[in-house]
Write a protein that binds this ligand. Structure first.
Ligand code: BGC
Length: 414
């Protein structure tokens, strides 16, 4: 793990851009707050002026002189789930800022469409693929074609399963996302001092086709299991396995309908719902709507989420959603760029990339957790953050990811 100053990163990036002579101009380089917002603001006294070049050992990797002749194919799942719009924009901006050409596709959450889109990118002779899969199990064939064409593949955010064409995985620590949600519930309800009190909880998880979804659910469930086993937490619906609580395509309306059914079957007699543990914001939105329309109780239900989607942050401000786990996708894009850059320069990146890149955010190199069925995929895992009304300004607005609107709600800058 390594933390560096944003200013050092920026100055190094600027020096590298000049060396590369790739025609980068000011309009291509993101402002400090957008490029790689520091996860923790550095104290003023530590911050090096932006004009000072970083010492060689701290400098970002030297830019790829051939970048201008290279194209990165980026395949995102859908525009309908908010975060992927941000991922696509940040990735495009990052790669362009270092001189690469970019082809960016969105596949409307349709598996066949994504296969076609990736085939198109291969036909266009892209030099590297960055893919966030719709269905992690459905890309083996098309990625065999990529491998045959010698195109390296970076699995972005979601692990692509059952193919040996994937070289690396860049994501957040997905299990930790779930543990943060579980721990939030423990803290809010003070479960360690609950005595004889019991609380009712319902779980909503993500898409079974998304390898991340199981990690999120397991992280939350494992964290809460001791309290479920002890009877302090009760699941009135009895739906406690991933398959029972999963939400196809992370769809808001699907999550809403399922929660409406649960409320009708288990809570219409006045039973109190204390917690709706939702794996992410798109599902939390549906669950919140169901609770607003169909829950008879008057207590504030603890509702968890993930991503910092705009509507969910408004709900956090309004007290309708309790927290969201924020993952700085701007930093995920920076990590992906430096990884791809190293691969395209013929290097074999490992833990050393974290030091040499001089990232301003924490990242772990993991060679144990993510087996895609063909073996372990070396992974760069960034660190997620809990966001509530208490730290929303500090974590999201002061870092430059969002602006606070005149309406009192945060709005994403990308
Ligand atoms: C991502 C989450 C996101 C979900 C739905 C997952 O793969 O890691 O951040 O909420 O997909 O878009």
């Amino acid at each position: 793990m390594k933390k560096k100053l944003v200013s050092a990163l920026l100055s190094a990036t600027m020096v590298a851009s000049l060396l590369a002579g790739c025609g980068n101009n000011a309009s291509n380089s993101a402002p400090a707050s957008e490029a790689a917002p520091a996860s923790e603001a550095a104290p003023a006294s530590e911050a090096a002026p932006a004009s000072e070049a970083a010492p060689a050992s701290e400098a970002a990797p030297e830019a790829n002189a051939a970048a201008g002749d290279m194209t990165i194919g980026i395949a995102m799942p859908t525009k309908s789930l908010e975060r992927w719009n941000r991922d696509g924009s940040y990735l495009e901006e990052q790669f362009k800022s270092r001189g690469y050409n970019v082809e960016l596709t969105y596949s409307d959450n349709k598996i066949d469409q994504q296969v076609k889109d990736i085939e198109g990118l291969i036909a266009d002779n892209v030099n590297l693929l960055v893919i966030a899969a719709i269905d992690g199990e459905s890309l083996s064939q098309v990625l065999a074609e990529a491998k045959e064409s010698g195109i390296p593949v970076v699995s972005y955010d979601r692990l692509i399963m059952n193919t040996d064409a994937v070289s690396y995985y860049v994501s957040f620590d997905n299990y930790t996302v779930g543990t943060l949600q579980g721990q939030y519930v423990i803290d809010q309800l003070d479960l360690d001092n609950a005595g004889d009190k019991t609380y009712n909880i319902e779980f909503t998880a993500g898409d079974p086709a998304d390898n991340n979804a199981g990690f999120f659910f397991n992280g939350a469930y494992d964290t809460l299991k001791p309290y479920i086993d002890a009877g302090t937490l009760v699941i009135p619906s009895g739906q406690s396995t991933f398959d029972q609580v999963a939400t196809k395509q992370w769809d808001t309306a699907t999550a809403m309908t399922r929660m409406q059914n649960i409320l009708a079957s288990n809570y219409s007699d006045g039973t109190q719902l204390d917690v709706a543990l939702c794996s992410n914001d798109s599902t939390a939105l549906g669950v919140t709507q169901a609770i607003e329309s169909d829950y008879a109780g008057t207590n504030t239900v603890i509702i968890t989420g993930q991503d910092g989607d705009e509507a969910n942050l408004a709900n956090v401000v309004d007290g309708k959603q309790s927290m969201t786990v924020y993952k700085a996708v701007a930093n995920e894009a920076v990590a992906t760029l430096d990884l791809a850059d190293a691969i395209l320069k013929g290097e074999t990146p490992d833990a050393g990339l974290i030091d040499s890149a001089g990232w301003s955010f924490d990242c772990a190199y993991d060679t144990e957790s993510y087996n895609n069925g063909t073996g372990i995929i070396p992974s760069y895992l960034l660190v997620p953050t809990v966001v509530t009304t208490e730290n929303l300004q500090k974590e999201l607005v002061d870092t430059g990811y969002y602006t606070m609107g005149d309406d009192g709600y945060p709005h994403p800058v990308q």
